[in-house]
Design a protein around this ligand. Structure first.
Ligand code: HEC
Length: 118
């Protein structure tokens, strides 16, 4: 028997294939946005030295407030990413936009929330 053309099944298959393709693209985009291992090492050093110069070498606070998991774990990621990229007006917290991409700032936020390794 010849298969009859069933529009509904056809549309469902088409949608499923389309969704699959979109998901695949999203997964590739997300994984390629994560900093490479070498860049991650640079970012850890940047956090310890550059951020540490104001926030304290162990990030317990100095000129800038403490950046430990205790202080940051409840804060929304996007707020912290925005602070890092844009800085805080009326405070010495500088914008890092020129030096860090949004993905890198997001990675730093996760690092700070987990706690920077000694
Ligand atoms: C020139 C000094 C300086 C440097 C360098 C610096 N900060 Fe800051 N940062 C500050 C100050 C001052 C504040 C405001 C603290 C306050 O509100 O009391 C601040 C605030 C913040 C906040 C918000 C904290 C909160 O609890 O609201 C985050 C997050 C932050 N800095 C992350 C970073 C990161 C990440 C880096 C490195 C990429 C960095 N800072 C580098 C001075 C600095």
């Amino acid at each position: 028997m010849l298969p009859t053309f069933d529009t509904e099944t056809g549309v469902k298959k088409f949608l499923a294939a389309g969704l699959g393709a979109i998901l695949a693209v999203m997964i590739v985009t997300v994984s390629s946005a994560a900093p490479t291992a070498g860049r991650q090492e640079e970012l850890v050093n940047l956090v310890k030295h550059d951020c540490g110069s104001c926030h304290g070498l162990t990030l317990k606070g100095g000129l800038g407030s403490a950046l430990l998991p205790k202080q940051l774990s409840e804060r929304p990621d996007e707020d912290l990413v925005a602070i890092i990229l844009e800085g805080l007006t009326d405070t010495p917290m500088p914008p890092w936009e020129g030096q860090l991409s949004e993905e890198e700032a997001a990675w730093i936020v996760q690092l700070l929330k987990k706690g920077v390794p000694e």
